[in-house]
Design a protein around this ligand. Structure first.
Ligand SMILES: *Cc1c(COP(=O)(O)O)cnc(C)c1O
Length: 463
């Protein structure tokens, strides 16, 4: 060990070596020296701990190169979603429509009317670009868009409840993930939670009994990631609204995913934001990047008297929507207003895909991969179940088709990993020792990429 410690090369020597490297030799001096110091230090520490490690200059510069390549390459990159989860939160939820992408590209290329009123030449508001469009699509009197739906609920509760009580059914005390829990959000807003009913059943009378002089609002929360089935009850929207209004209280409904057009899949019917508002709900909030199919945003729509309080609340500034999201959101809202949302908005197209379309896509992909069979691969079409994901259509399987592949001499886990580690990563599922590409979320260029990737893996080429 002492001998090895003595042979540990100095950073200067390694620097001269790595300087010759085509890929990382030209990187800023500071970065390169930092990486070299790190590998020398790591090697020293391992030697001191009596662990075996190479101290050859070649091995050390190779490790430093690895560090540099990873540190200077973007890690936030595009992937192919062959997992069949349409609103995959980890894969960025909704892909944008052509119109949303065009709006985004236009806005980010220079300056814009973000908060500028062209008619008067004076300051305008960023909300102007979406408020009227949301109102037209939902029938609301007024609307706002903020950073995301979590922020939308926080704002609604903070502005409308002012530290007073908010009544919530025990069946709707949801945890969405990423530590968004309804009781915590209520607490953060300063409101006091009053739980009513039981996990499975909450009656109108439970709400009525909880209303007191200190009540500020009734909050409903979409049970986005679970379903309570069996012996269950929740009052109808109209009855709950009537009760609230008799006491001068607003009903705030966190729709979670929300939807602008009816969704009716696998026995699950998701009411639209417009239906909720038409039933008298005072405020609805929902996400921009779930079923709406746009950028990350939180939509707040409802009665003007309440929206005005939110506009005046200081929290609005802290959670305001940024111009990139706003550009995409306006484009998507236009898809719903003047386009064909079931065709134009990718997430809608994916969820509404017919059996015939799915089998045709699977047939095409299987054909493209057919050439692999000479390399000892097996390729077959198999029925699979996709999911909407993102807290939409909880627990509902969407019948879909996948192309399953297996490759002689390689486990499914290894193949799945190699696909995932491609320059354009392909995210697939493993079912019964097969790697499965669910075709629901694949664009034509994704299928071509899957073919390229499989061919490269079959030929044993490094990415
Ligand atoms: C997804 C979801 C949220 C959070 O929405 P984000 O836009 O991700 O902030 C809040 N409430 C419900 C019921 C949800 O499903």
């Amino acid at each position: 060990m002492q001998d090895k410690l003595r042979r540990l090369p100095g950073v200067d020597k390694l620097l001269a070596m790595i300087g010759q490297d085509r890929e990382v030799g030209g990187l800023p001096h500071q970065l390169v020296v930092g990486a070299l110091r790190q590998v020398v230090e790591d090697a020293r520490r391992r030697l001191m701990a009596n662990q075996d490690t190479s101290v050859s200059p070649e091995a050390l510069t190779a490790s430093a190169k690895d560090i540099l390549v990873h540190a200077t390459r973007p890690s936030f990159i595009k992937v192919v979603n062959a997992a069949g989860v349409a609103l995959h939160t980890n894969l960025g939820r909704a892909p944008l429509s052509a119109r949303a992408r065009a709006r985004l590209a236009d806005i980010i290329s220079g300056y814009s009317t973000l908060e500028y009123n062209l008619a008067t030449g004076e300051r305008g508001t960023r909300y102007f670009h979406v408020t009227q469009k949301i109102c037209q699509l939902t029938g609301a009197e007024d609307a706002l868009a903020v950073n995301n739906n979590a922020a939308a609920i926080l704002l609604a509760l903070s502005a409308l409840t002012e530290g007073r009580e908010v009544i919530v059914s025990r069946g709707q005390l949801v945890e969405i993930g990423g530590s968004f829990r309804v009781p915590d959000v209520l607490q953060q807003s300063g409101a006091k939670l009053v739980e009513v009913g039981t996990t499975n059943k909450t009656h109108l009378g439970d709400y009525a009994a909880a209303i007191g002089p200190n009540t500020a609002a009734i909050l409903k929360v979409h049970t986005s990631n679970y379903r309570i089935i069996g012996f269950t009850a929740q009052p109808e929207d109209a009855a709950l609204v009537k009760l609230a209004h008799e006491h001068g209280l607003p009903v705030i409904d966190d729709l979670g995913s929300g939807t602008l057009i009816p969704v009716n899949r696998g026995g699950w019917r998701e009411p639209t934001a417009a239906e909720r508002l038409a039933a008298g709900t005072d405020i609805v909030t929902f996400s921009g990047d779930k079923l709406l199919g746009s950028s990350q945003a939180g939509i707040i729509a409802g009665k003007k008297q309440y929206l005005e309080k939110m506009r005046a609340h200081p929290l609005l500034r802290a959670i305001r929507i940024d111009k990139l999201s706003l550009a995409a959101l306006e484009g998507t809202l236009l898809d719903y207003l003047v386009g064909e949302p079931r065709q134009d908005v990718p997430i809608q197209r994916m969820l509404n895909m017919s059996e015939a379309e799915l089998t045709a896509k699977a047939g095409l992909l299987a054909e493209q991969l057919g050439g692999l069979k000479v390399n000892g691969w097996q390729v077959k079409i198999a029925p699979v179940a996709s999911q909407a994901g993102g807290g939409a259509l909880p627990g509902i399987d969407l019948p879909s088709y996948g192309v399953s592949v297996s490759c002689r001499g390689k486990t499914a886990a290894k193949l799945e990993r190699e696909l995932r580690q491609r320059p354009l990563p392909i995210i697939a599922r493993i079912i019964d020792d097969w790697v499965v590409f669910d075709v629901r979320c694949l664009a034509p260029e994704d299928m071509a990429e899957i073919k390229v990737a499989c061919m490269a893996i079959a030929a044993g080429r490094e990415p």
